[in-house]
Design a protein around this ligand. Structure first.
Ligand code: NAG
Ligand code: NAG
Ligand code: NAG
Ligand code: NAG
Ligand code: NAG
Length: 594
């Protein structure tokens, strides 16, 4: 039944579109035809109805450009982890870390430098489970713990013992970071001076901050680009690492770290943020966050971080994991967490929210999903949601390493690298609310001021519908409140559907400004598990000279509809939208946390 209906629809599409494209004011009367979708393309103060046939009654996507609902820090927002896992870290058989550890990476590989530089200003998180074992070989005060390499030891709590960062290695890493415009959030060991044995889970003794302080001083003296110091990895409450620190004890630790940061970074030196507790957050853990922030006191923690692993284990069947990526319930459950954290932070206005680590699929990610085109339906959707709910950073697990790297182990970009690259080039700091009307749950959309522009708006829109039919309807409504139309009019417009009244139905004269720039992303071979992504139909591949390809849009007349193939996504730039809210907010700086 559904199929028959869709079939009919396709034929309608082809018979109607030519009329539609050629139509100007003569088609306006048809806008009132209830069975047609209305593409409500208010633009530059004009409001024009577009008509288009659709299987459902009406789907509209309304960007409320009258008001910025969140502001992200574009220098930090896009972030990915370099982890500590040695090559011997394997789950379920395969060992997907290779030489990707912070200690093993070959820093001379040109593609590593080019992929980092391509995303600049980009933030790398140095951290992960083993961060809480690592000793910094600053050359002094190593009395309590030896600085020795990681050694595999399945009987130990973390399956490894040891862990040592030599300063020569730290220097070399920072040369790469500085050369590529990368900033760093460094996850400090919270277990220094504390028991690491499997026997004792609950930690009550205080953190010994001595080694960390020496390391931080070393880093500060060299002006290395560490913009945030983070303490501990998944240790708070019922820790997910087999170690557990109560919110109150954790608060004592971060107060100690606060004093060190304040002491080391005085006037004239940019002060890194204090970030904690990097917890694997579930809604029932909210009380821990509340207790932790309350016990820390106001202004101590700059950013509260949580981790996201809600798509299941890497060992699951591919089809199961793909279902989890596409399942609306997962996305909704995550939105609830974002909202809850925001509501907790109302009491702590100086503290912002970060997603400190997000791999989606735990235990290394899943081959054919985390490293494939389909992953965008989780990752880019999360980037959109995190910014919509005012998170200032989103650290993808990983940059390279595991199956969830945005690079593969040869440093070739996986599809999500390009999705992130477009995000970085197009999505500015001001975030708009987007309303999808008509109950269509197959489309998700996010809109920001255009990056490095005061006049454009960028929309990220994903089509979760899996139908095999290509290029059916689209639903985009943009509105810009410009000099002719005040924000209040805009509200009235969308609520009363004033566009159905004649005075609103002015047709747009296409001018050179009336173009939209579209970047459509689809998988090679029409396979969701493809490792190659197509931009506007062309595969994105590192060039023969080893460079990251240029990402070019197609230009589309503003008056034509946007259409997404099933299970594809697109960034859409509306260069001439001119929302006053974007001019008012800085599109390239963003809010800095303390
Ligand atoms: C917040 O902290 C104060 C004092 O530090 C304490 O008296 C109060 O019970 C705490 N409230 C919560 C909800 O933990
Ligand atoms: C989506 O997830 C929810 C909650 O986990 C589950 O109840 C539902 O069956 C899933 N839907 C599909 C289509 O897999
Ligand atoms: C679309 O999704 C449905 C329900 O999950 C599934 O039964 C069907 O096989 C999918 N179709 C395609 C073409 O993937
Ligand atoms: C998404 O794909 C479905 C299936 O082909 C199609 O019906 C729908 O119109 C598409 N949505 C958009 C916004 O293009
Ligand atoms: C997938 O596409 C590539 C080129 O994009 C081609 O070389 C390859 O043969 C295709 N594979 C399949 C299974 O169609």
């Amino acid at each position: 039944m559904q199929l028959v209906f869709r079939f009919r629809f396709v034929s309608v599409f082809f018979s109607v579109v030519p009329n539609f494209l050629g139509a100007s004011s003569s088609s306006l009367g048809e806008c009132r035809t209830r069975k047609d979708i209305t593409i409500y393309g208010a633009y530059r103060g004009l409001c024009a109805l577009r008509m288009f046939p659709v299987a459902q009654a009406q789907t509209r996507l309304v960007i409320d450009t009258s008001n910025i609902v969140a502001t992200v820090d574009v220098d930090k927002f896009l972030c990915a982890t370099l982890d500590w896992w040695p090559p011997s870290k394997c789950d379920y058989g395969p060992c997907p870390w290779g030489q990707a550890s912070i200690l093993d990476l070959d820093l001379e590989i040109p593609l590593l430098e080019k992929t980092l530089a391509g995303l600049a200003p980009f933030m790398v998180r140095v951290g992960g489970t083993l961060q809480d074992l690592v000793v910094y070989n600053v050359g002094d005060l190593l009395s309590t713990e030896p600085c020795v390499p990681f050694a595999f030891d399945p009987s130990s709590r973390y399956s490894y013992t040891g862990g040592c960062l030599h300063m020569e290695r730290w220097d070399a890493l920072n040369r790469l970071f500085m050369k590529t415009g990368t900033s760093v959030v460094f996850g400090l060991s919270a277990l220094y001076g504390r028991s690491k044995s499997s026997a004792r889970e609950q930690i009550v003794s205080p953190w010994n901050s001595r080694n960390a302080e020496n390391f931080m001083r070393y880093t500060r003296d060299r002006a290395y680009p560490v913009v945030a110091w983070e303490l501990g990895n998944e240790l708070m409450g019922k820790g997910h690492t087999g170690k557990s620190i109560s919110p109150e004890v954790y608060a004592l630790d971060v107060k100690k770290l606060r004093r060190i940061i304040d002491k080391l970074y005085r006037q004239g030196v940019p002060k890194p943020s204090l970030v904690a507790p990097d917890t694997l957050y579930k809604l029932q853990d909210t009380d821990n966050i509340v207790r932790f922030l309350n016990a820390s006191g106001k202004g101590v923690v700059d950013a509260v971080t949580r981790h996201i692993y809600t798509l299941g284990a890497g060992v699951a069947e591919t089809s199961v994991v793909i279902n989890n990526v596409l399942n609306d319930s997962n996305a909704k459950a995550e939105i609830l967490k974002y909202k809850t954290i925001q509501s907790v932070l109302k009491e702590h206005p100086k503290t912002s929210a970060w997603v400190g680590e997000a791999g989606g699929i735990f235990n290394n990610g899943h081959p054919e999903v985390s490293n494939a085109f389909i992953s965008a339906f989780w990752y880019l959707d999360q980037l959109g949601t995190a910014s919509r709910y005012n998170n200032q950073a989103f650290c993808r697990q990983t940059f390279v390493g595991g199956f969830y790297g945005i690079l593969d182990l040869n440093f070739n970009p996986n599809p999500d690298y390009y999705g992130a690259l477009l995000w970085q080039q197009l999505m500015g700091s001001g975030v708009f609310a987007v309303d999808i009307r008509g109950g269509n749950t197959d489309v998700r959309a996010y809109a920001h001021c255009q990056r490095n522009s005061q006049s454009g708006v960028t929309l990220l829109v994903l089509n979760y519908s899996n139908s095999t039919r290509q290029r059916l309807d689209l639903s985009l409504v943009g509105y810009s409140a410009d000099h002719n139309t005040s924000p209040s009019n805009f509200q009235a417009l969308i609520t009363s559907r004033k566009c159905e009244e004649d005075e609103c139905l002015t047709s747009n004269e296409a001018s050179s400004e009336d173009v939209r720039l579209e970047y459509h992303m689809s998988p090679a071979n029409n396979s969701l598990t493809s490792r190659t992504v197509l931009l506007n139909g062309q595969p994105l591949l590192v060039t023969p000279s080893g460079d990251i390809p240029t990402l070019s849009p197609v230009k589309v007349n503003m008056n034509s509809p946007i259409s997404l193939a099933p299970l594809t996504y697109a960034y859409v730039v509306i260069p001439g939208a001119n929302p006053p809210a974007c001019a008012a907010s800085k599109t390239s700086g963003g809010r800095m946390s303390s």
